[in-house]
Design a protein around this ligand. Structure first.
Ligand code: NAG
Ligand code: NAG
Ligand code: NAG
Length: 350
């Protein structure tokens, strides 16, 4: 194997659903990552035409089961765009085979399931990252720089979209056996990340769901809101919904300034992303140029971390495990409050 091959992080994809298109393009645009294999549990023929129509490298291996892909020694890392109900099983099996893991959100059905993933990643020394792309947009780092100085008092974050009738009937995000956390585990995941980002990743003390949540017949959240309280005069609210017009906002208000982002999850444009700050009556619009789409920035960072482990014997970076665990903890707390007539949930000791 040549030196340049050593630099390539070889990624295996478990399943060829639609979202894989976006990620495979991101991997193709990343200098140090390459697609080496894909596994499907349905037709091999379909997988073949999928790899051809999405510009996969011609030597991409196609496996008829997830397990056979995991046993391939020429795969360094896996992307798991599978329903949340399957995460704990397949993430743990991947870790056991020494594969580094890029896992879609919600990372598990609850934090006790996620803790099994944490334990496996730590035991087998593999890198973990959840697949939320906005965290890797260069704009997010700039926003973090501002909120650090602003002494944030309150944050409001919303992510809503009007799902189609067929989504509300058939999508895995509204099915109890699949992504059973509904809008909370999907859109809500991002809003909770935003709240934590604005508060230096510190967990609140209490979580209380707001009145007005909407659940489907199977008890899946389609729309809800929640209040987070740090009990130091610092609060945040979130709203997430499959039943409202498109909104993806963060407003973080501090003693020394306010940050406002209108399109935090998916920027309106791929080539630049904006946000507004106001300080002492002065409103500024900041524009951050983005040479690469944010999902590519994510793959580059993932490949960098995996490369440090593979080629330089570094330890996995635990930030992403710890951040995902905090988000999952808050998702669980909102759900618990909804299930308990909006009772506040105390987080101390969790
Ligand atoms: C790709 O790997 C090479 C060699 O390790 C390194 O010099 C380069 O910075 C990496 N590129 C990115 C975008 O991480
Ligand atoms: C977490 O989710 C799994 C799968 O639904 C369930 O079996 C388990 O009881 C849950 N654990 C807790 C603590 O809620
Ligand atoms: C969102 O609101 C705009 C303006 O009222 C409307 O034109 C659009 O159809 C709405 N979008 C959806 C998905 O309902």
């Amino acid at each position: 194997m040549s030196d340049s091959d050593n630099n390539q992080i070889r990624i295996g994809l478990l399943s060829c659903i639609n979202i894989v298109r976006k990620l495979s393009r991101a991997i193709n645009l990343s200098p140090n990552a390459t697609i080496s294999a894909i596994a499907t549990t349905s037709s091999i023929e379909e997988a073949k035409s999928f790899t051809a129509s999405n510009n996969f490298p011609i030597n991409t291996k196609i496996y008829g089961s997830y397990e056979s892909l995991l046993q391939d020694p020429d795969v360094d890392a896996v992307y798991l765009p599978i329903p949340a109900s399957l995460h704990v099983e397949w993430a743990v099996r991947a870790a056991r085979q020494g594969k580094h893991i890029l896992l879609d959100k919600p990372v598990a059905l609850n934090v006790s399931e996620f803790d099994q993933i944490v334990e496996a990643c730590e035991f087998y020394g593999v890198q973990f990252m959840d697949g939320t792309q906005w965290m890797h947009n260069p704009r997010t780092a700039k926003i973090i720089d501002f909120v650090k100085d602003f002494e944030i008092r309150t944050v409001n974050s919303c992510f809503s979209f009007a799902a189609s009738e067929s989504f509300l009937k058939n999508d895995i995000r509204v099915k109890p056996g699949l992504d059973g956390l509904g809008a909370l585990g999907d859109a809500g995941w991002y809003t909770i990340q935003a709240v934590l980002v604005a508060n230096n990743f510190k967990l609140p003390k209490t979580v209380t769901a707001l009145p007005g949540s909407v659940l489907n017949d199977a008890g899946i959240v389609l729309s809800c809101g929640a209040l987070f309280d740090w009990e130091e005069g610092i609060t945040a609210t979130i709203y997430c919904s499959f039943l409202a017009n498109l909104t993806m906002e963060i407003t973080a208000i501090g003693k020394k300034g306010t940050v406002n982002v209108r399109d935090f999850v998916i920027p309106y444009r791929e080539t630049d992303a904006a946000f507004i700050t106001s300080t002492r009556g002065c409103l500024s619009e900041h524009k951050v140029m983005t040479e690469l789409p944010q999902e590519t920035c994510m793959v580059i960072e993932f490949a960098r971390l995996v490369g440090e482990i593979k080629n330089r014997g570094a330890k996995p970076d635990g930030f992403w495990l710890s951040f995902s665990r905090k988000v999952q903890l808050l998702v669980d707390a909102v759900k618990e409050s909804i299930d308990n007539n909006l009772e506040p949930v105390l987080l101390s000791g969790r």
